[in-house]
Design a protein around this ligand. Structure first.
Ligand SMILES: [Zn+2]
Length: 304
């Protein structure tokens, strides 16, 4: 087994909090007002912006899948992309929904999956982040995202982005109402090659300053000596662009981890099931640890 060390320096956790500027808030609400009442992006026949699995699951964890789907609302056509481009990793996390479905069943865990492509709006970004509606991604230009006006952006945010995050908040609150402090596991997959670099890691375990889950999970996964595990690779939990963990886990001191499973390992149903079983077994042991299903005091104080 190879361990690859964390790639990013430790930074002050407070610098990672998502802060929406006053200017962006004003722009957003101005656009919402402009669009007038009743205008919607989604129409009958479009998928739901989120899917909830096993809402009453017994496991003390909520699984999240920000990049589960490559669906595009009918009103946006195909964003100017052919089917091959819409099937690439730029549009979604290939295999992530499949892994999350299996993982939820294996753990008996509640889960929320996003309903639309990250090219429509990326649910793991602040809605005003420059990469929330990418005009170019991994060398592919996205014609339908060029020159988006505030109204068009606001429609995507209102109909696709907030419903997902409200569903996440609601589900976590439901679990918490049972007297459980749920851990948060964000399930992602990553492309095996990025900018001509072949990623050696089978799975990346990303964490921020709260390493409770990451340390335990890496130790569990490392029982399999054939696994190449990335500790804060190929991305880092300290990267400033994330939103979901930063919003739904860190401010409340909930134990958390973000997984990046390599897409070539989970792009078949068989592969997804295999990895869900592997990760599920490890996570079950992690979740049984007394240190996980509780909030850290310092961070709760910080959020109050
Ligand atoms: Zn992802």
């Amino acid at each position: 087994m190879r361990f690859l060390a964390a790639g990013s320096p430790v930074r002050n956790g407070t610098a990672l909090r998502c802060v929406t500027s006053r200017r962006s808030i004003l722009g957003y609400y101005a656009a919402m007002t402009e669009r007038g009442s009743g205008q919607r992006l989604l129409a009958p026949g479009d998928p739901s912006p989120f899917t909830i699995l096993i809402p009453h699951g017994a496991a003390p964890v909520v699984l999240l899948c920000d990049h589960a789907s490559n669906a595009i609302p009918a009103a946006l056509g195909d964003l100017g992309l052919d089917e091959a481009a819409r099937s690439r990793h730029i549009a979604w996390d290939i295999g992530a929904a499949d892994v999350t479905h299996h993982l939820a069943g294996i753990l008996d865990a509640p889960a929320v999956l996003s309903g639309f492509s990250r090219l429509v709006v990326d649910c793991n970004r602040s809605h005003d982040d420059p990469t929330a509606m990418r005009q170019i991604s991994d060398g592919t230009i996205v014609p339908g995202n060029r020159g988006l006006e505030a109204t068009a952006r606001a429609l995507r945010i209102e109909d696709c982005y907030w419903p997902y995050h409200r569903a996440v908040t609601g589900l976590i609150d439901e679990v918490a109402a049972r007297g459980v402090t749920p851990a948060i596991v964000s399930v992602h997959t990553c492309t095996p090659v990025m900018k001509d670099f072949e990623r050696p890691w089978h799975i990346g375990v990303l964490s921020n300053h709260d390493r409770r889950m990451a340390d335990l999970l890496i130790a569990e996964l490392a029982r399999d000596s054939a696994l190449c595990i990335g500790d804060n690779q190929p991305y880092s939990g300290f990267d400033p662009h994330g939103y979901t963990i930063e919003t739904h886990a860190l401010p409340r001191g909930r134990a958390n981890v973000l997984l990046e499973i390599r897409q070539d390992l989970v792009d078949t149903h068989h592969g997804a099931l295999h990895w869900a079983e592997l990760v599920g077994k490890a996570l079950a042991n992690v979740l049984a640890h007394p240190d996980i299903a509780r909030a850290t005091g310092a961070e709760v104080k910080e959020a109050s």
